[in-house]
Ligand binder design. Structure first.
Ligand SMILES: [Fe+2]
Length: 500
């Protein structure tokens, strides 16, 4: 009689899905331990020696032996969880910038993962208070994958996801999001994990890592996509946090739908040609998505209250991230995104593209669509003033690169601020050897774009990271919180202001 592990290995190797970097095996009886024992387990296995250190002492290895850039340099995971108090600050932190900045990212605890997107979720938290940086903490999110309590089996369950992409605050909950599964609730005070959050049992699909909070209505608007039908489901949670509406949206295939947009009245889905490849999955591919031009590219406009979707074809492209969208008086919808003309043509490890800020103007009544660039800078991680989510916006921010190599160890980064009314772009180049994660906008005034930008930036020379603070109106540097260690490049964050 075969053991459970042997059975799962058989399924993974011959007909079973091997998504999530082989984490199907995480639920086996003899899987390695989790929780607070993780570091000790790694030590015992000798794996920590294979991991670039947490920083502060030497330059991290730039490329690992197998060329897996997402395990190298400042993409490499940090193995330990720490608390650092009363951090050094260069410049002057604005006293009004008080709250907790949390950022999520992929941090494989066993120092190995098959893709940048597949590591365990780790939160990095920084407490800013009255002009001081009170504490920094980093904590793994105690998902079922991390804890070794995943269900196992050939198809992952929505509970069993790494929760490593982003987070959102809504209706008193802080939720970490992994895109291909349910959220996990966490406590922002100590970054500990409460547990999986399924809206009191009402949510039975995955949840995007880019839900939209409508600050006018208090609603949380989101969707979930999946590898098997139904491929796409739309959801709205009301201002109390209760799941109020769900609707299946028909798609011809399972696609990687990373983001979407809302306006005051409409929701816009992105059905783009990164498709889930069941054949590759059953052959054991750990990240079975591929570029498929035959799928085409289209936008789907649907009333936020639900109903029929108006699909309109657009030029082939992929969009990870939306800046914002809004309704116009003539009934058209404006959608601003970062558009990649193509993606992963040479495989899902290749992120070199030519992404540009791009505008679609869609008439959902006629199906007419116009599209074109809003600037010439290569860029990613678009961020707006979230007080204007779904409403007309004028300002957008992003991390730009000099040339199209955005993620390379020698990539030159800059902060970008676009005034979309004038077309003016403000650029703030970072010094060579300093690279930036997402720059998050934090409101600090009444008007759109009045506030600060917060970004973890890695300084290769000292192999450590700073939390850089900029004035969002002109990108002037305001302060840097100096950490004696690295914060690996990650994905998305949220700033949690103190209750007023
Ligand atoms: Fe994202």
């Amino acid at each position: 009689m075969r053991t459970r592990r042997e059975l799962l290995q058989h399924l993974a190797g011959a007909g079973g899905l091997a998504l999530f970097g082989g984490r199907l095996l995480a639920g086996c009886d003899d899987a390695s331990g989790g929780g607070d024992d993780a570091g000790r387990a790694l030590d015992a296995a000798g794996l920590l020696d294979a991991t670039p250190d947490a920083g502060g002492t030497a330059d991290a290895a730039l490329v690992d032996a197998d060329g897996r850039w997402w395990l190298s340099g400042n993409f490499a995971p940090v193995a330990d969880e720490v608390e650092l108090l009363d951090l050094e600050v260069e410049g002057a932190l604005p006293p009004a910038l008080t709250g907790t900045y949390l950022r999520n990212g992929s941090n494989p605890r066993d120092a190995d993962s098959a893709h940048w997107f597949l590591g365990d979720g780790m939160l990095h938290g920084l407490r800013l208070e009255g002009g001081r940086a009170r504490w920094y903490r980093n904590r793994y999110i105690r998902t079922s994958l991390f804890e070794g309590t995943a269900a196992g089996g050939p198809v992952p369950t929505i509970r069993d996801n790494a929760s490593n992409v982003s987070l959102v605050q809504h209706a008193g909950h802080v939720l970490t999001l992994g895109e291909v599964g349910l959220p996990y609730a966490v406590r922002p005070t100590d970054l500990s994990t409460v547990g999986v959050h399924d809206f009191g049992g009402a949510l039975s699909t995955a949840m995007t890592a880019h839900p939209k909070v409508d600050l006018v209505t208090g609603e949380l608007v989101f969707f979930g996509y999946w590898f098997l039908p139904p491929y796409l489901t739309y959801h709205v949670a009301d201002a109390t946090g209760a799941l109020a509406y769900s609707q299946v949206v028909e798609l011809p295939a399972s696609v990687m739908m990373h983001d979407f947009a809302i306006t005051a009245t409409q929701v816009i889905f992105l059905d783009l040609p990164i498709v889930f490849d069941l054949g590759r999955a059953t052959q054991g591919a750990t990240f079975p998505f591929r570029w498929d031009e035959a799928h085409g590219a289209r936008l789907g406009v649907m009333p936020r209250a639900g109903g029929a979707v108006r699909w309109v074809d657009i030029d082939l492209c992929y969009v990870f991230h939306v800046l914002n969208a809004y309704d116009q008086a003539d009934g058209t919808v404006v959608l601003d995104v970062v558009r990649h003309p193509q993606l992963w043509v040479d495989g899902p490890e290749d992120f070199v593209s030519s992404p540009r800020l791009w505008r679609y103007t869609v008439n959902p009544a006629t199906g007419a669509v116009r599209e074109g660039p809003l600037g010439e800078d290569p860029l990613e991680f678009p961020v707006g003033d979230r007080r204007f989510t779904g409403r007309p916006h004028r300002v957008g921010y992003a991390i730009g690169s000099v040339g199209d190599d955005f993620l390379g160890a020698d990539a030159r980064h800059r902060l970008l601020r676009y005034d979309l009314a004038t077309g003016e772009a403000t650029r703030r180049d970072l010094p060579a050897g300093v690279q930036s994660s997402e720059a998050l906008f934090v409101p600090g005034g009444e008007g759109e774009g009045e506030g600060w930008l917060l970004a973890w930036q890695y300084d290769r020379a000292r192999n450590a990271s700073d939390l850089a603070v900029y004035d969002a109106t002109d990108l002037q540097a305001v302060a840097r919180v100096k950490l004696p260690r690295r914060v690996p490049f990650g994905f998305h964050g949220a700033f949690l202001p103190d209750p007023s």
